[in-house]
Design a protein around this ligand. Structure first.
Ligand code: HGY
Ligand code: MN
Ligand code: MN
Length: 399
């Protein structure tokens, strides 16, 4: 089966009715349908599917108990109205790379698996890379079970209603069987377009994280409350949005407030509170800490002037990642000197990198857009990605 045919079989799942991107949140019916698709594709290829206690799927070619496996894969879940490629491209490419290796007559001497990790974007339960963090013991299962989505549904409840057992969350025996992990991903920028190359190898990931800001004031009547008497948390939130942008620009980092939740969210009421989510990233840890602290200080100062209050809580923080240098160099050699790029985007590969030798491949994205429907890759580049992944798997697992 070629790239286009397999890709199109997945494309309708979770597509927004408006046609405006994809809505595939962790443990939602759309994401569960993607998992069914994965199981069917694995079965067609004679691969054995194993689901760990965290809802991460592994389709095995060879005996997982043999250990020292070479695992590839990514995630199905999306951000709200996200693009088609972020995540699924790595899974589809993994399945096609196995087809390619079989067509080449390659015989693995190490087990090979394609993985689909649960809730990588954290769009539903707030913590990025939920499945891989649980698998590696980096997230406490007690905290995870209690995470809630926007409707107040806990992860434990969402899992139970999908027929999964939330008491099984946590480190899983599959981890020590993985000898190397290679995630293929759509590039989330324009570096490859500018370099005129279809595929790159990743060097590392910027440290980054998410912080929840909660601004509280006094809910009141929009018509009758004198301007001087207001304690409006929306003003503090608005100022903080601008301050985050300014601090990031001054410091060479990235800061975004892309999600706001005013309460009661009424046109004719001064809000009583506003929740805002800060996504902050920087080239190094000290820079990230300084950026987040600067935003906090600016928010607190402004709250003093608005008669409001602000609290800030970390929801999901990821340290800087440098991918295994020996594995990175091996990939560059196998791929005839492919370019090496850093990224400011988080990935399950970044979590696994703390536990097993890990690498990443990026496939050119001519728009450079990601986390939005304009995210793109040509079929030709996707096929080049599959060949590159097959080359890498062959080099690592087949001889
Ligand atoms: O948000 C991120 O960095 C990633 O794309 N999950
Ligand atoms: Mn993403
Ligand atoms: Mn991704």
């Amino acid at each position: 089966m070629g790239f286009r045919q397999l890709w199109e079989s997945l494309l309708p799942i979770g597509r927004a009715r408006s046609g405006d991107g994809w809505l595939r949140y962790g443990w939602s019916p759309a994401e569960l349908a993607c998992r069914d698709w994965f199981a069917a594709q694995a079965k067609e290829r004679g691969l054995t599917v194993h689901t760990d206690g965290n809802g991460n799927l592994f389709a095995w070619w060879g005996d997982p108990d043999a250990g020292d496996a070479v695992v590839t894969g990514s995630h199905f879940d999306s951000v709200p109205h996200g693009g088609a490629y972020d995540g699924p491209l790595g899974i589809v490419s993994g399945l096609l790379a196995i087809d390619e290796l079989r067509a080449r007559g390659a015989t693995p001497v190490r087990p090979v698996a394609v993985a689909a990790f649960a809730e990588e974007e954290g769009s539903r339960f707030g913590v990025a890379c939920l499945g891989s963090r649980l698998l590696t013991g980096e997230l406490d299962p007690v905290r995870a079970r209690a995470l809630t989505d926007r409707d107040g549904v806990t992860l434990a409840e969402a899992m139970a209603s999908a027929g999964a057992d939330p008491t099984r969350l946590g480190p899983d025996p599959v981890l020590p069987r993985i000898g190397a992990f290679v995630e293929l991903h759509i590039e989330q920028g324009r570096a490859l377009a500018d370099l005129d190359a279809p595929v790159a190898v990743a060097s590392g990931i910027w440290p980054h994280g998410r912080w929840r800001l909660r601004f509280t004031g006094e809910g009141n009547h929009a018509g009758t409350t004198r301007m001087a008497d207001r304690r409006d948390p929306m003003l503090t939130a608005a100022y903080t949005v601008l301050a985050a942008n300014k601090e990031a620009r001054l410091r060479g980092g990235h800061a975004t407030i892309g999600r706001l939740q005013p309460e009661p969210n009424a046109t004719n009421a001064v809000p009583a509170s506003v929740s805002a989510w800060l996504d902050a990233r920087a080239p190094d840890q000290a820079g990230l800490e300084a950026l987040v602290e600067a935003v906090r200080v600016r928010a607190v100062e402004r709250a003093g002037r608005d008669g409001t209050e602000v609290t800030m809580t970390a929801e999901s923080v990821s340290p800087a990642v440098t991918f295994d240098p020996a594995l990175r160099d091996r990939l560059v050699e196998v791929l005839d000197g492919a370019p090496v790029l850093p990224t400011a985007a988080g990935h399950d590969a970044g979590v696994l990198a703390g536990h097993v030798p890990t690498a990443m491949l990026f496939v050119r994205n001519p728009t450079g857009v990601s986390h939005a429907p304009a995210e793109a890759a040509t079929d030709e580049d996707c096929r080049a990605g599959v060949r590159a992944l097959a080359d890498v798997l062959e080099a690592l697992a087949c001889r």
